[in-house]
Design a protein around this ligand. Structure first.
Ligand code: SF4
Ligand code: SF4
Length: 150
């Protein structure tokens, strides 16, 4: 007999009944990482620092509407096995102000850019830093800006 195994269907936020909380149906997505805005990297040294962060593991970078963010993928130590907060009454302010209204429960959006490995950052740095040099040379030579072939 062949048994077809299908992934469980995600509960839809529009199916919430009055008085229900969406977090009840979630695996604590927002408690499993934190992200901080950083200055836009512009130099080899900046990118090298980013590489170093990533070499420690569970660190990624993303760009959202022009702002760069460092993201650390690590579960909050107070997240309980049933995905509820273990210190709900005394949870930090940042957790209190975060609401389910626009949370990532069913967020399918993509970042403008997302870097998951140090190699990706290195490759990107090579591209943008050398692109600046090539563009300058190209303008100096011909007076015309030419796009690089990647
Ligand atoms: S706020 Fe959203 S992402 Fe966070 S636990 Fe609740 S439903 Fe999940
Ligand atoms: S303190 Fe509670 S609500 Fe805040 S991140 Fe940790 S588990 Fe989530």
């Amino acid at each position: 007999m062949i048994v077809e195994v299908r992934p469980p269907r995600q509960f839809k936020r529009e199916d919430l009944k009055p008085g229900e909380n969406l977090c009840t149906y979630c695996t604590g997505t927002c408690c499993r990482y934190f992200a901080l805005p950083i200055e836009t990297p512009t130099t080899r040294k900046d990118f090298d620092h980013m590489r170093w962060y990533m070499l420690h593991g569970r660190v990624s970078f993303f760009v959202d509407q022009g702002t760069w963010f460092l993201m650390v993928h690590n579960d909050c130590r107070e997240l309980m096995p049933d995905n509820r907060c273990g210190i709900y009454q005394t949870r930090p302010q940042i957790c209190r102000t975060y609401t389910t209204d626009n949370c990532e429960y069913d967020d399918k959006t993509c970042y403008d850019q997302f870097f998951e490995t140090p190699e990706q950052i290195e490759e990107y740095a090579d591209l943008v830093l050398n692109w600046g040099k090539k563009k300058k040379k190209s303008v100096e030579k011909s007076g015309v800006v030419s796009l690089p072939v990647v």
